[in-house]
Design a protein around this ligand. Structure first.
Ligand SMILES: Cc1cc2nc3c(=O)[nH]c(=O)nc-3n(C[C@H](O)[C@H](O)[C@H](O)COP(=O)(O)OP(=O)(O)OC[C@H]3O[C@@H](n4cnc5c(N)ncnc54)[C@H](O)[C@@H]3O)c2cc1C
Length: 78
């Protein structure tokens, strides 16, 4: 399953998650009172940026400040 975006059903205090199954362009919707977004660093930003295009209110700084793994940056050259 690939989550496309999240939208708020403002009148009911609910959230809709729009997703597609792999290999299909059909859009499915699941509705829930609480949605926890845990699609990783890139995936979560991608979903939120797509949701922003559809009207979700998010910070203007969404997607900014991304950097590499700190452990890798601190590694001395071999
Ligand atoms: C090469 C590498 C090595 C690492 N080594 C370490 C380490 O040694 N120690 C350590 O602490 N951390 C390490 N990390 C970091 C660690 O992987 C992350 O901190 C941790 O996995 C983050 O967990 P997460 O659940 O937030 O995201 P993820 O583990 O990235 O899980 C996100 C999940 O969401 C899914 N997803 C993404 N987009 C969508 C979508 N649109 N719809 C549906 N599902 C979606 C993905 O397929 C994935 O299964 C490493 C990362 C990398 C890339």
């Amino acid at each position: 399953m690939c989550v496309q975006c999240i939208q708020e059903v403002t009148s009911q205090g609910l959230w809709q998650v729009l997703y597609k199954q792999q290999g299909s362009d059909d859009l499915h919707i699941v509705t829930a009172p609480i949605v926890i977004l845990a699609a990783g660093t890139l995936g979560s930003n991608e979903i939120l940026l797509r949701s922003k295009e559809k009207g979700l209110l998010v910070s203007e700084r969404l997607g900014e400040g991304y950097s590499s793994n700190g452990d890798q940056l601190g590694k001395p050259p071999s």
